[in-house]
Write a protein that binds this ligand. Structure first.
Ligand SMILES: C[S@@+](CC[C@H](N)C(=O)[O-])C[C@H]1O[C@@H](n2cnc3c(N)ncnc32)[C@H](O)[C@@H]1O
Length: 265
């Protein structure tokens, strides 16, 4: 097994910030090192110092390594059970004439906010309601894909048949219809920044597979921002991986333990 020398990792974080504006200083050490290991392999370096030398403050190269660090893995209806629960929450209390507001935090290439949008579109068939979704991510490259809303055909496999009317299927790709896209506002934002989400209030906040990599104090800060940005009775959907810190247990009612869905008290 190859051994890597991580000496200089703080300097790497500093250089990333200098060249790209992204600040990874609040990431947990272990997962961050795992990502750096992938970068070292890609650049055929055995030490962080050698990597820094090779990158030579080249902004384009630094942009490429951001993609490796942020991990944009996602899919339509990822962990379908979470969406089934979300759908039944919506159906149990349909507010006619209401405009639902949703935040998809760490939306990656857009599959999560589009899946949410498909559910709302389906509800709109029999109910008079509107929705708007803010979808944010730190990674500009991922957001560019999200904004285009164009995906390879393999991604169709997780989209249930009933939602296919909201996409246009071509020979090698499919595209989300403009009527759906127009409800989503994609924005580049860093979740650690205090005012990233503070001027909106939401009925639902989805934040799945995002802050597991962050240090605890940062997780608490983000959860606090979510709490403040949720309407009373609004839902926080953390999904299968993230957990709600005990510090927030009396501020939220547990709705679904397996899918980590909570309601603001
Ligand atoms: C693994 S993807 C999760 C995508 C989607 N939520 C899902 O569960 O399928 C994590 C996303 O979080 C984004 N991310 C990481 N740190 C972030 C930050 N500080 N602010 C906003 N987004 C961030 C990454 O760029 C990446 O696109």
């Amino acid at each position: 097994m190859m051994l890597f020398d991580y000496d200089g990792i703080d300097k790497l974080i500093e250089n990333i910030k200098f060249n790209t504006g992204y600040d990874f200083s609040e990431y947990k050490e272990k997962p961050f090192k795992r990502r750096v290991r992938v970068i070292l392999r890609k650049y055929k370096c055995t030490s962080v110092k050698e990597l820094i030398k090779n990158l030579n403050n080249n902004r384009e190269e630094y942009q490429k390594i951001i993609k490796i660090i942020t991990i944009n893995v996602t899919e339509f209806f990822r962990n379908k059970e979470v969406f089934d629960q979300f759908e039944s929450i919506l159906e149990s209390d349909i507010k006619e004439g209401y405009t639902y507001s949703v935040l998809s935090a760490g939306c990656a290439t857009g599959e999560e906010p589009y899946s949410i949008a498909f559910l709302f579109e389906n509800l709109k068939r029999n109910n008079y309601l509107k929705y708007k979704i803010d979808a944010i991510d730190i990674d500009r490259g991922a957001l560019d894909t999200a904004i285009k809303g164009k995906y390879p055909l393999e991604e169709l496999k997780t989209i249930p048949e009933k939602f296919r009317e909201y996409i246009t299927i071509g020979e090698s790709s499919f595209t989300v219809k403009e009527s759906v896209k127009s409800n989503i506002n994609f924005k580049i934002e860093n979740l650690y920044v205090n005012d990233a989400i503070s001027d909106s209030t939401y009925d639902f906040i989805f934040c799945r597979n995002v802050f597991i990599y962050f240090r605890r104090d940062l997780q608490l800060k983000i959860l606090n921002n979510f709490y403040n940005s949720l309407k009373l009775g609004g839902y926080l959907v953390l999904g299968k991986v993230e957990t709600l810190s005990n510090a927030f247990k009396d501020k939220f009612e547990m709705i679904d333990l397996r899918n980590r869905i909570y309601r603001k008290l």
